[in-house]
Write a protein that binds this ligand. Structure first.
Ligand code: ADP
Ligand code: ASP
Ligand code: MG
Length: 411
């Protein structure tokens, strides 16, 4: 008998009918003899609706109160799913994060799970009940409700699986696995049978929102067998695996990730003296703004240009800080651009193949797409381009790296 944690995302519980369908599915699993813990998200659109309400009161809602409110979305779906299970003769009980005791730190809106008390869940499972837990939420040591950041129910699922030493954590969603890129953007994208944790972590952190980054971190750290599956279609889904050898095909590139969440800032005519990067980025980091990509140009006439990217939400703040810095260090001008996008190719196969970056640049050049910034690591290459070329770039790269479905069918 196995212990399985199953997480169902927003669209999978988006209507009462779907919740009934999820209950049917859970019932079938139960009849197979497995112990089941279910984690659910709020109904699709509900978290956004709640955030919008708060924004009608204030542009920057008080984080603690925002958590009290947005956590209610999941409280509705746990109760509905439990009712649907009980109606089908399946004993079930629902718990909020606070009731299980999913202990987090106090970083409201982006809290981290510190500890999970598994006692209540274990005794319910022992008594033959399906346990339905609210995703996305926890409680801090002072009893304040916290939430884990957008997409956080994935992390609840994986963290529960780790705490309970579950045999598998199954993430049920509206696609039948992890694809070579977002199938909504590239219809030729293909489902991967397997992907390594390392690659999945890069994909998630570079913009593939199919799994929340922290859920992948957790799964890697605690070695939780993790699988992404379609909620209502049969199929093997995608297994996230520790073992590089196991990821069968070993293509050079496993996937293409992209995001539109960043903005670019440039400071020009900076005196080229030691410590200048620190003078520019020190105040940015002091303002709690995270910097992603950085480029410093070769000095010319003893001055240089310095460009970096930040999250779009931080753009206005970063611009203000940078303008202040420019005055202090005597830089010529500051400019910014929010209409950029980052496209990344990811794959452990890159380690053993030279020329991957140039193949990427060639594909973009063929489409006359200008590259504004580049950053690389052992298993990824990212470029910043103009946002309007994003979809074209992703499709061109998907083809250039032979990831398109028809090309692969004959292999
Ligand atoms: P849920 O509500 O179930 O958590 P999400 O919307 O968070 O679902 O995640 C599923 C979505 O992730 C898919 O509908 C798909 O558009 C998107 N996505 C982005 N990149 C990928 C990828 N590489 N593979 C699969 N889906 C992806
Ligand atoms: N409901 C939350 C969100 O929309 C958490 C989740 O669905 O994973 O972000
Ligand atoms: Mg999600």
């Amino acid at each position: 008998m196995a212990l399985i944690v199953q997480k169902f995302g927003g669209t999978s519980v988006g209507t009462v009918e779907r919740i009934e369908q999820v209950a049917e599915k859970v019932k079938k699993f139960r009849e197979g003899g497995d112990d089941i813990v279910v984690v659910v998200s709020a109904m699709s659109g509900e978290t956004n609706r709640l955030i919008d309400l708060a924004k009608q009161i204030s542009d920057k809602p008080v984080p603690r109160e925002l958590d009290v409110m947005v956590s209610t979305g999941e409280q509705v779906t746990i109760a509905l799913l439990s009712m649907a299970l009980i109606k089908r003769g399946v004993p079930a009980v629902s718990y909020t994060g606070n009731q299980v005791r999913i202990l987090t730190d106090s970083a409201h809106n982006k809290a981290r799970i510190l500890q999970i008390d598994d006692q209540k869940i274990r005794s319910d499972l022992k008594a033959g009940r399906v346990v339905v837990v609210a995703g996305f939420q926890g409680v801090d040591e002072h009893g304040n409700i916290t939430t884990l950041g957008r997409g956080g129910s994935d992390t609840t699922g994986v963290a529960l699986a780790a705490a309970l030493k579950a045999d598998e954590c199954q993430i049920y969603t509206d696609v039948d696995g992890v694809y070579t890129t977002d199938p909504r953007v590239v219809p030729q994208a293909q489902r991967l049978d397997k992907i390594t944790f390392e690659e999945m972590l890069e994909m998630a952190s570079l913009g593939s929102k199919v799994l929340q980054i922290r859920s992948v971190e957790f799964a890697g750290k605690y070695n939780v067998p993790l699988r992404v599956l379609h909620s209502f279609q049969e199929g093997p889904g995608t297994l996230i695996t520790l073992d590089e050898e196991e990821s069968m095909e070993q293509p050079i590139i496993s996937g293409i990730a992209f995001n539109r969440d960043e903005a670019k800032l440039t400071i020009r005519g900076v005196p080229d003296t030691p410590g200048v990067a620190f003078k520019i980025l020190g105040p940015i980091s002091a303002a709690n703004i995270e910097v992603d990509m950085i480029v410093q140009n070769v000095a010319h006439d003893n001055t240089t240009d310095f460009t970096f990217t930040v999250h779009r939400n931080d753009y206005q703040n970063a611009l203000q800080v940078l303008e202040q810095t420019a005055r202090e260090i005597g830089a010529r001008e500051v400019s910014g651009d929010t209409k950029i996008a980052k496209v990344s190719i990811v794959g452990v196969g890159m380690r053993s193949h030279a020329g991957v970056a140039s193949r990427m640049f060639e594909a973009l050049a063929k489409e006359s797409i200008n590259i504004q910034m580049i950053s690389t690591s052992e298993i990824k290459v990212s470029v910043v381009i103009e946002e309007k070329y994003l979809e074209l770039a992703v499709r061109a790269l998907h083809t250039a790296f032979e990831l398109d479905a028809p090309a692969r069918q004959g292999e």
